[in-house]
Design a protein around this ligand. Structure first.
Ligand SMILES: [Zn+2]
Length: 88
């Protein structure tokens, strides 16, 4: 897939960095929620803390992948700019 405006090839590096970013954002979000929920509500930790953690574990990577791809594209555009044929 390429940008309809300038022809930049979005797939030239694959999406390994986006998946890596998405994975770590998900891990930190879920663990942050679970640990904070556990610490704040201890010793009567409600089931909703765990259920929300499961929803986050599924929802964050699904909803976050487009943002992670955008972030990867921006980082790689700065780090390894295309040398030829992408600007019109
Ligand atoms: Zn473009």
């Amino acid at each position: 897939m390429s940008c309809p405006g300038c022809g930049l090839d979005f797939d030239r590096h694959g999406w390994v960095a986006a998946v890596w970013i998405n994975t770590w954002v998900t891990i930190l979000t879920v663990m942050g929620w679970a640990v904070a929920g556990f610490v704040v509500t201890f010793p009567d930790v409600p089931w909703t803390v765990g259920m929300v953690a499961v929803v986050l574990a599924v929802g964050v990577p699904v909803l976050g992948l487009p943002a992670a791809k955008l972030l990867q594209t921006g980082i790689l555009l700065r780090w390894d700019p295309p040398r030829d044929g992408w600007q019109r």
